[in-house]
Design a protein around this ligand. Structure first.
Ligand code: SAM
Length: 288
């Protein structure tokens, strides 16, 4: 395709990076319009199934979301070992809540999503992602800006999961020192903050910025990795910040907690959990 040609209309083209794009063929389109905050598109792709993009960027697909959602939930929850209250910032598709609510000992899950239209469309057109999580009585859904909520809310949480868009548009404020400082203040003793932190190979500065802030805030600040096929550019990084001992938990203890939780997973295992913190030099150089 010469530079002058454009992609056919039945392809979603993600242009998150200056010289690197990802395109998904659309075989059926269910929605494509602007919400109060962003352009929401829901469509069918033969390989990845029903998929959602915001401002053209892939947020979730039926086929590969399990990797991302399992690693951002079971890693902090099983590492902590006694989680009762969880806060999810973003997560409008409901996949993060789905995995958190698999843990029966968890009493309260608060989800703060800025865009109610995303939630409504994911409920109606991507029900497999949330799999009933929105009907769980433990879930408290708040439609609000996560940064404002974090500033004003007084509750404490054992785990805070920031499942946000990239640091552009409404998601930008969720990558600031101020937000991270407010999030730390909402953590109970031994609490853990995990953040969606982009693909280091293409978004290295984003990870460096977050890790600089986490290192100033937490006794234990690092990241862990997993590769999600439709988050283009290699492994995605998840920011990890805590003052507690959670990262020192051994594989035997993790295995006991995983078996006691009795949850079905397709990516997460205690061994994958520990391996995810083994960082290649190009990533460890980024986090300093
Ligand atoms: N996994 C995806 C990724 O890595 O790009 C994120 C998926 S999730 C759908 C992202 C959600 O963050 C969206 O529903 C978006 O509306 C929400 N969001 C963006 N900025 C927000 C903010 N300031 N407060 C709360 N939610 C926000």
């Amino acid at each position: 395709m010469s530079p002058r040609e454009t992609w056919p209309a039945d392809w979603n083209v993600e242009r998150l990076h200056a010289d690197h794009a990802q395109a998904l063929r659309i075989t059926a389109e269910f929605y494509d319009s602007a919400t109060e905050h962003q352009r929401l598109r829901v469509f069918e792709n033969p390989t990845f199934g029903r998929s959602m993009t915001l401002d053209g960027v892939v947020q979730v697909t039926e086929a590969d979301n399990f990797i991302y959602h399992e690693m951002m939930t079971h890693v902090p929850i099983l590492a902590h070992g006694a989680v009762r209250r969880v806060l999810i910032v973003g997560g409008g598709d409901g996949g993060m809540a789905r995995e958190v609510l698999k843990h029966e000992q968890i009493e309260q899950v608060t989800m703060v999503e800025i865009d109610g239209t995303v939630v409504d469309f994911c409920k109606s057109h991507l029900p497999a992602i949330s799999a009933g999580a929105f009907d769980d009585p433990r879930l408290d859904l708040v439609i609000a800006d996560g940064a404002q909520f974090m500033r004003q809310n007084a509750d404490l949480y054992d785990v805070i999961i920031v499942d946000s868009t990239d640091p552009v548009g409404p998601g930008e404020v969720l990558f600031t020192d101020t937000f991270y400082g407010h999030a730390k203040a909402r953590l109970a003793s031994g609490g853990i903050l995990v953040t969606q932190n982009g693909v280091p190979f293409l978004q290295g500065a984003e990870l460096t910025n977050t890790m600089r802030a986490f290192t100033a805030l937490f006794a234990d600040a690092t990241c862990y990795l997993a590769t999600i096929p439709t988050y283009a550019g290699g492994p995605m990084a998840f920011g990890w910040g805590t003052d507690g001992p959670a990262r020192g938990v051994d594989v035997t203890t993790l295995r006991q907690r995983f078996e006691a939780a009795d949850i079905q997973t397709d990516y997460y295992t205690p061994e994958v959990h520990l391996g995810a913190f083994a960082l290649p030099p190009y990533v460890s150089r980024l986090i300093g």
